[in-house]
Design a binder for this molecule. Structure first.
Ligand SMILES: [Fe+2]
Ligand SMILES: [Fe+2]
Length: 280
């Protein structure tokens, strides 16, 4: 199995790259001691990114009455947390927008799904008053990156995979495990490890379809992504041919996170509105 994992990870060379700057920002987000100046200098090193951020900060979306002319101002006005998520969304969008034939995902659908899971996960973490809520946004954004690799590798076996999904009644993760011995969540975590990203991300991504197997310290976090993933299917595209499998959330599950149905519903409504203002 180790050979197979190596072989599939080798396919990472065929992927659009996650820019180096994204790695720096991801690492910074995970650090408890990051200060606005660190973040500012990383962004300012990249002119194109600086321009994009200023354009977005000045767009009607944020409704700020005066023109924002520097990254420093954008940090003060939007807040570091909003800016971190905004930058990461800009940086990962290209990579996650790819159409994935194996999964029946059209161009842009995985991106729409990922950003939805990211927003839901962050909102749940906020409701739960967890520290460092941006980590949950990033986990949501990257949770299905393994699909980018397995799409390339499984293309030759796509009929077998579909048969498992359609006739075997399995979901994608189970069908992948049947064919390969592991699923997209596992291979995604290996990619994250290869990218030298924080172990929080590695673990949460790895177990988003198998929370029970997660190490105890990450169980709750993996569960937040799992539940956000299932909730995302109810408000956005991105399930591909996996839609036949029951992905709904039992309202009793909210109680496990100390939340109520009303909490979640109010959040989903807000996220739905934000999604409508984005272009996919
Ligand atoms: Fe997944
Ligand atoms: Fe997902």
């Amino acid at each position: 199995m180790a050979d197979l994992i190596e072989k599939i990870l080798g396919k990472a060379d065929d992927l659009p790259v996650l820019p180096h700057i994204a790695m720096e920002i991801l690492t910074l987000i995970d650090s408890e001691n990051s200060i606005p100046a660190d973040f500012q200098s990383i962004i300012e090193n990249d002119q194109v990114l600086t321009l994009k951020i200023l354009k977005l900060a000045n767009s009607a979306y944020y409704g700020y009455p005066r023109e924002i002319i520097s990254v420093k101002e954008a940090i003060v006005i939007l807040g570091l947390d909003t800016l971190k998520s905004l930058v990461l969304s800009l940086l990962t969008r290209q990579m996650l927008s790819k159409g994935l034939d194996t999964y029946g995902l059209k161009r842009g659908e995985l991106w729409e799904h990922s950003i939805t899971v990211a927003m839901i996960a962050r909102s749940i973490a906020k409701l739960m008053r967890l520290a460092n809520v941006e980590r949950y946004f990033v986990s949501g954004l990257l949770h299905d990156t393994g699909k980018l690799l397995l799409d390339i590798y499984l293309l030759d076996n796509v009929e077998k995979l579909k048969a498992q999904v359609n006739e075997g009644g399995l979901d994608f993760s189970e069908a992948e495990e049947m064919l390969l011995g592991f699923d997209h969540a596992f291979i995604g975590s290996k990619l994250i490890e290869q990218w030298n990203l924080p172990s929080f991300l590695e673990n949460v991504v790895c177990y988003h379809h198998s929370v029970k197997r997660a190490p105890d310290i990450y169980k709750k976090d993996a569960y937040i992504i799992d539940i956000s993933d299932r909730l995302a299917y109810s408000i956005a595209r991105g399930s591909g041919t996996d839609y036949k499998v029951n992905k709904t959330v039992n309202p009793a599950e909210y109680g496990k996170l100390g939340l109520t149905v009303a909490d979640i519903e109010a959040n989903l409504e807000t996220i739905k509105t934000s999604l409508q203002s984005m272009k996919f």
